[in-house]
Design a protein around this ligand. Structure first.
Ligand code: HEM
Ligand SMILES: *[C@@H]1O[C@H](CO)[C@@H](O)[C@H](O)[C@H]1NC(C)=O
Length: 484
């Protein structure tokens, strides 16, 4: 520890590390960071230390990038240097560098390319997946309608719906909303995403040798093991029924590739990559999309006048009895602005996904040492008062001009940017549009009886993603509204 401390001091004076608060022995700057709301502490610190600064969580050094210009300069202009992910102890322990999200080098290149290719083959950006999503919207509408306007929790069912879209790409099938085994899988996933952003797991990441004491990290490992068992069984079934002239999804494609490459000792198409690539697509694609939709419905209850305008636009553009289609989007500037504003306001990945420096990297006059974790503070972009008129208030006008046309904003980057940009962006955008519009076409969303829109709490619950606090929603069928 003493040695580490001396090294730290040496680094600060001899090398040109970005500035930052002075680290204390053992704890570094842990005293300055609320581990349950890191992005808020980091935003505070940036007021003192600027757009690029260093903090120490325990012995872990992290460089924080603040603001759109800084993040863009790093991930686009220095794209090659910041292309990798850092070794984060919990994810290292879970996936050992396999899969897509936390892999690097050749594994990452091959897995990412293969995943992108297959996402497209199995429908992303095409009619094929549009139809799948429209089908899922029908199931959702039936489920929402079954509550007959009485309050219920939308979060679980939205999660189920968006994971079904991912499942159709991965396995070629969906799961009924009352499938208890699948519900259990979603619960495990949810728990892990919450835990991965928790203080205890951050402590584990800062002091991995304390792992034996930290229950949260053990829970995460146990959950992954259970998810693996579930997926393992699925892979076996798919391997058994593999039909080269009828591949059902990503998993079949992978299994085929694995077969073709059995002679190649260096192949990336092995069991572990199959497992973690599948798990990565499944986790990255489920929680993000459903959380965005969950925020969307909450915000519509909170701002009924916005909801009314979206519905008016839906009724104008989509004829009665027609399903919403992806191509309607271009005729619906107000809805488009509302969806963008939901994503901006919800800010669901407030610290992006960390990158790391491939080698010692010069950036804005500083040196970011090889392997250092680099955190893009996405919340700083979405709440930046130089970019947004009312950064802390939900306001669709952020994406509209004076005549009501939709306007793009360069700094709107919820899917990241550069070589690691989200591979599911076009799928997520299509899903969010079709589900949001499909639901608002049929229902008006209202707070539970006795509550006013003003009573609804928009404070996020912490985790790796920011989700709405548990809340109930009334989905009131619109025919009734019209009739009454
Ligand atoms: C609203 C929905 C979504 C949001 C906000 C979102 C956001 C992000 C962000 C911020 C990153 C990190 C990018 C970077 O490092 O620059 C990312 C990466 C990733 N996303 Fe998404 N995502 C969403 C939906 C999806 C979906 C539906 C899928 C699955 C098809 C997906 C799969 C991935 C994967 C595999 C990566 C890792 C890419 C890599 O490391 O090369 N995401 N996403
Ligand atoms: C494989 O798929 C093709 C095309 O869908 C189908 O005609 C054939 O019957 C399938 N073979 C088996 C063994 O299921």
């Amino acid at each position: 520890m003493a040695i580490f401390y001396l090294i730290t001091l040496f680094e600060r004076y001899k090398k040109k590390l970005p500035p930052g608060p002075f680290p204390m022995p053992l704890i570094g700057n842990l005293n300055l960071v609320d581990l349950n709301q890191q992005y808020i502490s980091l935003t505070e610190l940036s007021k003192t230390y600027g757009q690029v600064f260093t903090i120490y969580l325990g012995s872990k050094k992290k460089v924080i990038l603040v603001g759109y210009d800084t993040i863009k300069e790093a991930f686009l202009n220095h794209g090659e240097e910041f292309v990798s992910r850092p070794e984060i102890p919990i994810f290292q322990k879970i996936g050992e560098g396999h899969g897509i999200v936390f892999s690097n080098g050749e594994t990452w290149k091959i897995m990412r390319r293969f995943a992108l290719h297959n996402l497209r083959d199995f429908g992303m950006g095409k009619k094929l997946i549009e139809v799948k999503i429209q089908d899922e919207v029908h199931y959702l509408i039936t489920k929402f309608g079954s509550h007959k306007g009485k309050p219920f929790d939308t979060s679980i069912i939205l999660k189920h719906a968006s994971s079904n879209i991912i499942c159709s790409i991965l396995f070629g099938n969906r799961y009924e909303y009352d499938d208890s085994e699948f519900q259990y899988l979603l619960k495990l996933l949810d728990e892990n995403i919450k835990l991965s952003g928790s203080a205890m797991v951050e402590i584990y990441n800062s002091y991995p040798f304390l792992g034996f004491m930290i229950g949260a990290h053990k829970t995460m490992l146990r959950n992954v093991q259970k998810m693996n068992n579930f997926l393992g069984k699925l892979f076996e079934e798919h391997a058994l029924h593999l039909n080269v002239s009828h591949l059902t999804g990503f998993v079949d494609s992978f299994l085929l590739k694995q077969k073709q490459e059995t002679q190649n000792p260096k192949t990336e198409f092995h069991k572990k990559n199959l497992l973690f690539a599948t798990l990565d697509i499944f986790s990255a694609g489920t929680e993000t999309t459903s959380t965005t939709l969950c925020w969307g419905l909450l915000l519509m209850m909170k701002y009924p006048e916005v909801q009314r305008r979206v519905q008016a636009e839906i009724d104008k553009v989509i004829s009665l009895g027609q399903d919403p289609q992806a191509q309607d989007r271009k005729n619906m500037p107000y809805t488009e602005a509302v969806i963008h504003e939901i994503q901006r306001f919800a800010n669901i990945v407030p610290m992006g996904v960390s990158r790391s420096a491939l080698a010692d990297t010069k950036f804005r006059g500083y040196i970011i040492p090889k392997g250092t974790e680099v955190i893009p503070l996405f919340s700083s972009i979405f709440k930046d008062k130089t970019q947004w008129e009312t950064p802390h208030r939900f306001n669709p006008a952020h994406f509209l001009d004076d005549t009501g046309n939709f306007v793009k904003k360069d700094c709107f980057i919820p899917f990241g940017l550069g070589r690691r940009v989200c591979i599911g962006e076009s799928l997520a955008r299509m899903e969010i549009f079709l589900i949001f519009v499909g639901l608002l076409q049929k229902f008006t969303f209202k707070p539970a009886p006795g509550m006013e829109p003003a009573d609804l709490d928009l404070t996020p619950e912490v985790g790796f993603t920011l989700t709405p606090m548990p809340h109930l929603v009334c989905a009131v069928p619109r025919e009734e509204v019209v009739g009454s």
